[in-house]
Design a protein around this ligand. Structure first.
Ligand code: SER
Length: 313
């Protein structure tokens, strides 16, 4: 029998690359995209529209499709979450609670997106271990830590097969990130190609863990395909590829666009960035389900520029 799959947040930065991969693997008719406001004109596939925090609506979806797997990506990000903390709590926590309850009741396997935002100023900054201090200072981070604990609780109490990754800043060219702190790492590429100056909202020496989207999507699919017994972390796995300072990314882009100009004007997002690690230790993911990244800084920049140049010109 065909596997039925639900993707929430299907048209966001991750969803827009994950959905086509799932459609390829499992058939277009088996992947249900749960959109909210923005539905791209060129989307081809099964579409539902509604809010993840609406319990009745979500129950109706499970009744209709009886999902085997859910990729729950819908979430407010860190910068938007600081502007609208009540909404961030409602969507991030309400949505996850509904997904976990319905997946428990219908025996669905769950993927949920967590983030490096679970870490905070008291967390060790370098090579942050899997098990460490989690005292985030953003509402986004608060919802992600709470969510991780809830996932682990549903696994322990109800044997729910829930799996999760602490994504670093994700870099991609298909869809822009919306309202995050790591967005500068994507915005720079657009400006460089358009020959415009970029005003960066974090300091030049701000270092954060990052990943090219192809690695993130492949990691997500590999985690979901791994044997149940190999998964030893039910909160969320540290998931890492490359780390760079904002200025290092600029220098790498300048190898292709020597005239690219950047000035630094840190805003309120600097505080979020400062509270997150410079690098994380993801050896648990590498041991448990053989995670391996493929894109380093140089290759990521080359591929980003090539694809974005095609897209923009
Ligand atoms: N990219 C996210 C953000 O900046 C981190 O998970 O909010």
């Amino acid at each position: 029998m065909d596997k039925k799959i639900l993707v929430t947040g299907p048209f966001g930065q991750i969803g827009s690359e994950l959905v086509p991969k799932l459609q390829e693997r499992y058939g277009k008719e088996n992947v249900v995209a749960l959109g909210h406001r923005h539905i791209p004109d060129d989307y081809e596939g099964v579409l539902e529209q509604g809010g993840v925090e609406d319990k009745e609506f979500m129950e109706g979806l499970w009744k209709e499709y009886d999902f085997d797997e859910v990729y729950h990506l819908a979430s407010l990000l860190s910068a938007t979450g600081e502007k609208r903390p009540d909404l961030a709590w409602k969507v991030n926590m309400g949505g996850l609670k509904n997904v976990l309850d319905l997946s428990r009741d219908h025996d669905s396997r769950v993927f949920w997106a967590s983030s490096i935002a679970v870490f905070g100023p008291t967390t060790p900054l370098n090579d942050t271990p899997q098990h460490t201090i989690l005292e985030p200072v953003t509402m986004y981070g608060v919802t992600k830590v709470s969510g991780e604990l809830l996932c682990q609780y549903y696994h322990e109490k109800y044997d729910l097969d829930v799996r999760s990754l602490r994504y670093p800043g994700l870099i991609s060219w298909k869809e822009k990130p919306g309202g995050g702190t790591t967005d500068y790492a994507v915005e720079m590429f657009y400006k460089a190609i358009r020959g415009e100056k970029y005003t960066c909202f974090v300091r030049e020496d701000t270092e954060l863990p990052m990943m090219y989207m192809d690695d993130a999507v492949r990691g997500t699919l590999e985690l979901m395909e791994a044997d149940n017994e190999s998964i030893t972390v039910r909160t969320s796995y540290n998931h890492s590829a490359l780390n760079f300072k904002a200025g290092e990314l600029v220098n790498e882009i300048k190898k292709h666009y020597p005239d690219f100009k950047v000035e630094y004007e840190p805003d309120e997002r600097q505080k979020n960035a400062d509270s997150w690690p410079d690098s994380v230790d993801d050896s648990k993911a590498r041991e448990d389900w053989d995670w391996e990244h493929k894109y380093g800084l140089k290759k990521m920049v080359e591929v980003m520029l090539k694809n974005l140049e095609n897209k923009l010109n």
